[in-house]
Write a protein that binds this ligand. Structure first.
Ligand SMILES: [Zn+2]
Length: 611
């Protein structure tokens, strides 16, 4: 069991802050039009109370009790937050006649419920603007629950976002989307039953809602630090922070309210430099830099800092200290990892070596509830040096299944390894037991004793994890070992997001589905006239590669005229829907059939804990 020693459990400031300004706890369950539950905070709050049970790390238990608090809260005069209505927070800024909404959650249903809760207490104020702080779906997906596309088109509502928002918002889930979606199921524990022995939160918030995801294009793009904007009488000063927690992200300050919004770059956790679902590695160096800049630009004139997850921090001195410690955290991890890799240590070694300075360790908000020192340090190594550690014994290793077969044979066979692993498990050497049992399961996926024991090992690792996503990973793996593959429980790409893809992205989406070997002998050339985009493309499939170029007059065998809706249908492989949406062809139509015959869509049910 993890020990509580040395941590300031008696400190109550976070609990006071997480409850401060509560107006109404609102509703614990949110449903869609069909009556299906898309959000159930009550399924967590019902058991998250009292002391930590033996199946949960006490520090994660504490964090989860803080995260599960829900309702409408007053942050400061004219600024409100709805928290606990989704993974993220929705903030509301009152203007002269209406309101500005910051980050309308993941789903239309949760965002609409959050707005209704606000209006129940503050009146039926119209929405003047929506701000997306950054390009992650938990900060924009519910936008059509608070405004309509028509009102935006009519100029009644502005949609404000940082430069690069739309490209990143829609591209992140396209190229590696299937794999990320399957892995996100592990990371957020979507298949776990909720309770002290199952899912209790991801450290950043409870989990993701499962309603309808939408997107409206920004009408105002913020490009420059220091840029000012006044909307509905509300003055805002922006600070760009690209390449931090998201590739397109920004902070902003409300001078008339002395309030600072830090998007997702200063929360009550060590955040991810590389999220466990998989992503491009983030940059802790610029993250620390932009936190320094925010402190210098805004902290001294702020009475409160808030973010799109967790609770605010009040008081100029307090919030300056909070931002400074957050800054030091990312800078320390970055600099110390670089120092040690230049001493020749590898990622897994540095991850075991780095300890945070005592002052950082004592601040709850530096703890790894969502990111962790262990996986962030490896991510920094990966960012600078990549997967290879320079030792050629590790340059050309066998893949997991081949390696496992050989290891298990060398170690005396599966039964022998399981017997030894059981002794390691009983002695509490869980990491080693997981490693060797992983080899047995990969060498012999039918070995029931190995799978059962590995599930028990993962379960104990989950119970001991301070990190919410580590807990979900371990417990999800134990679940699959016991009851089989649960696939991808929560979809990440919605029709509304797909409809924002550019033609280039749609061609990319097709290209990465081409089954290379099956397409080696094909030689196709197709023109795509896209009237809704005012553009024409020529694609070729040659050597198993689909490439595209704009406005080429080189010869083709088939010309397609493809309205926008038909192009989206084609990108998802639905030829009938494409024709139904106005696709027409002239020339050798067999070319299109040949192209589609070699496409292999991603598999949302691929195996993880067995070969
Ligand atoms: Zn977020």
């Amino acid at each position: 069991m993890p020990d509580r020693a040395g941590l300031p459990f008696e400190e109550s400031a976070d609990f006071e802050a997480a409850e401060r300004g509560l107006i109404d706890t609102g509703d614990p369950v949110i449903r869609n039009e069909a009556g299906e539950v898309v959000w159930d905070n009550g399924s967590y709050s019902s058991f998250l109370t009292g002391d930590a049970p033996g199946t949960v790390h006490p520090s994660l238990w504490r964090q989860s009790i803080l995260c599960v608090k829900q309702g409408l809260f007053e942050v400061t005069g004219g600024i409100y937050q709805v928290r606990g209505y989704d993974l993220s927070n929705m903030s509301v800024i009152e203007g002269d006649t209406g309101i500005i909404i910051i980050d309308p959650l993941i789903s239309v249903e949760t965002a609409a419920a959050a707005l209704a809760l606000y209006r129940r207490h503050r009146g039926d104020r119209p929405v003047s603007a929506v701000i997306y702080t950054h390009s992650h779906v938990d900060h924009f997906g519910g936008v059509k629950g608070v405004v309509t596309q028509d009102d935006v088109d009519a100029g009644k509502v502005q949609i404000i976002a940082p430069e690069g928002f739309i490209e990143h918002a829609i591209s992140e889930n396209v190229y590696a989307g299937t794999a990320m979606g399957r892995r996100a199921g592990y990371m957020f524990g979507a298949a776990l039953s909720r309770g002290p022995q199952g899912g209790l939160g991801a450290g950043l918030g409870q989990t993701t809602s499962t309603g309808t995801i939408t997107l409206i294009d920004p009408t105002v793009t913020i490009t420059t630090t220091g840029q000012e904007l006044t909307v509905d009488g509300v003055r805002m000063v922006f600070q760009m922070a690209p390449g931090t927690e998201a590739p397109a992200e920004m902070h902003f300050y409300f001078p008339d309210r002395r309030a600072l919004c830090m998007a997702e770059n200063a929360t009550h956790t060590l955040h991810n430099l590389l999220t466990l679902r998989g992503a491009l590695v983030r940059d802790p160096h610029v993250w620390a830099y932009y936190l320094t800049e925010a402190i210098e630009m805004f902290a001294g004139q702020s009475d409160v800092v808030f973010a799109s997850h967790h609770w605010p921090t009040w008081g100029t001195e307090n919030l300056t200290g909070f931002l400074t410690v957050q800054r030091d955290l990312y800078a320390y991890l970055h600099d110390q990892t670089l120092r040690l890799l230049n001493q020749g240590y590898t990622g897994p070694e540095i991850a075991e070596m780095i300890e945070l300075p005592p002052a950082l360790e004592q601040a709850w908000h530096t703890h790894g509830y969502y990111g962790s020192v262990s996986h962030n340090v490896k991510a920094i190594y990966q960012r600078y040096l990549g997967w290879y550690d320079g030792n050629p014994a590790r340059l050309w290793q066998h893949p997991p299944q081949e390696k496992a077969r050989r290891y298990v044979e060398f170690m005396g066979g599966a039964d022998e390894v399981v017997a030894k692993a059981r002794r390691s498990f009983e002695a509490g050497d869980l990491r080693w037991a997981a490693e060797v049992l992983d080899h047995v399961v990969f060498a012999d996926p039918g070995h029931a004793d190995a799978k059962a024991l590995l599930a028990d090992v993962f379960e104990q690792l989950g119970y001991g994890a301070e990190n919410g996503t580590w807990r979900c990973e371990f417990l999800s793996a134990a679940t699959e070992l016991r009851t089989g593959n649960f696939g991808t429980p929560a979809a990440s790409a919605s029709a509304d997001i797909v409809s924002h893809l550019s033609p280039e992205m749609l061609f990319d989406a097709l290209a990465i589905q081409v089954n290379g070997p099956k397409a080696w002998d094909l030689d196709l050339a197709i023109r795509w006239d896209l009237p809704d985009h005012g553009a024409s493309y020529r694609t070729t499939l040659h050597n198993g590669v689909l490439t595209y170029g704009k406005d080429s007059d080189r010869p083709v065998s088939l010309t397609l005229t493809v309205p926008a809706a038909a192009l989206i249908a084609l990108a998802t492989g639905d030829m009938d829907a494409a024709r139904g949406n106005g696709l027409t062809a002239s020339g050798d139509e067999g070319q299109l059939a040949s192209l589609f015959s070699v496409l292999q869509p991603g598999d949302p049910d691929f195996n993880i804990i067995e070969p």
